[in-house]
Design a protein around this ligand. Structure first.
Ligand code: UD2
Length: 376
């Protein structure tokens, strides 16, 4: 009798398991049938959408009813679910034959390498405005670098993520020197107090520490994407949603062509955690502009901070500070989008024929005068 009951129990457990497995497969089938790409399946859809309901909204509701709604606000883990756009947007038909032929617009791990002419801003904006992401920009203006804020912010308002929600997080030791700028709707400035430094190297590396702490304390609940940027730069042209991805790196203008990877200024001393041996490497990335999903950026910024702390214990500082650690990370954790040097050129250099648009550019400055411990 006892044997029969326990047999019945285990049979019914198996039945329940089979039933749920079947239900799951059925739902998956319906999901794919409705046009979803399984690779982009995310239970965390954009939290705020202003468009009319469609099949995907209905499907999302079904998923919500079964597994409960996503906890986006609470976890701050908003992700791109899929690349939807509203009906009726007018734009040029994309071609499979025409496009940039003078540059490579895909990496060898098959993600976009973005140049002018490889995207349609109308389409990109229609997709990302529907998601309405909150974009954080982290800039440091320590010591005399507050003088660069005005042009950075003024031109940022003209060209950076126009029409999107943007918060500039300004880390400074001189709050009183932060200029008053008229910001467009949905955009704001948030000031973060940090101590002064006596070495510029401590400021650039300190960015990793202070950004890690402040993402933890504040930014995590306020942003979906985060960009780290140098303040001594100005925007000259559109820098838009085409730059958004899980993790986005920018090619350094000096090394983006005509350089063998063994000439890249990677850290070559194996005592440093940023060490990259000769014979390895994809590109050389700048640390003056990088971005991505909030949580992925948090992980990367914290990685640079931790690695530089390890270096400090061994009395070594990576040759290009956080840029060296960033390059190491990107070598073994490939970015999901790579931006051409249009996304950080320099007023020091002549614009090359393949750079059709300079979107943001590093300003010429007197290093010795502006840094606390002089030039080099
Ligand atoms: C390069 C990189 C920079 C970083 C640095 C590391 C470019 C365009 N930039 O910049 O991202 O990797 O090398 O050596 O390639 N800052 C202050 N106060 C200071 C010093 C620096 O606020 O006293 C901040 C400020 O936001 C500045 C940034 O740190 O934009 C980078 O410092 P930099 O501009 O002096 O360094 P640079 O031009 O060598």
């Amino acid at each position: 009798m006892i044997k029969t009951v326990s047999m019945l129990r285990s049979i019914s457990r198996i039945h329940i398991f089979v039933f749920f497995a079947f239900l799951l497969v059925l739902l998956g089938g319906v999901y794919i049938y409705l046009g979803y790409d399984v690779s982009t399946l995310s239970l965390c859809q954009p939290c705020k959408e202003g468009s009319e309901p469609d099949v995907k909204d209905i499907m999302t509701k079904v998923m919500d009813d079964i597994v409960g709604p996503p906890d986006c606000e609470e976890k701050g883990s908003w992700k791109i679910g899929d690349l939807t756009m509203q009906n009726g947007v007018k734009y040029a038909q994309p071609s499979t034959q025409q496009g940039r032929t003078d540059v490579n617009s895909v990496t060898n791990w098959n993600v976009p390498l973005v140049w002018e002419g490889t995207f349609d801003p109308v389409v990109i904006d229609a997709i990302y405005k529907k998601m309405d992401p909150r974009i954080a920009v982290v800039v440091f203006a320590v010591g005399k670098y507050t003088r660069f804020l005005e042009a950075f912010l003024q031109t940022g308002e003209k060209y950076f993520m126009v029409g999107f929600r943007v918060t500039y997080y300004i880390f400074t030791d001189h709050k009183e020197e932060v200029p008053k700028i008229d910001l467009a709707e949905g955009r704001k400035i948030s000031l973060v107090d940090i101590p002064s430094a006596t070495r510029w190297q401590d400021v650039v590396l300190g960015r990793m520490k202070w950004a890690t702490i402040t993402i933890d304390k504040q930014i995590r609940s306020e942003a979906d994407y985060l960009f780290m940027m140098d303040v001594d730069s100005v925007f000259y042209n559109r820098f838009g949603a085409e730059s958004l991805s899980q993790l986005t790196g920018v090619l350094h203008r000096i090394f983006y062509k005509n350089y063998d990877r063994d000439q890249f200024t990677y850290e070559r001393r194996n005592l440093s955690r940023a060490y990259i041996p000769f014979g390895e490497g994809d590109y050389y990335y700048t640390a003056a502009v990088w971005g991505g999903y909030l949580e992925d950026m948090y992980k990367l910024v914290k990685y640079c901070y931790m690695q530089s702390e390890e270096d400090a214990k061994n009395n070594i500082e990576a040759v290009w500070q956080e840029e060296s650690h960033l390059n190491k990370y990107f070598l073994y954790n490939k970015p999901t989008k790579v931006l051409s040097p249009e996304y950080l050129w320099s007023d020091y250099d002549q614009v090359q024929p393949d750079i059709k648009v300079v979107r943001i550019s590093q300003l010429v400055k007197d290093y010795a005068e502006v840094r606390p411990n002089g030039g080099q």
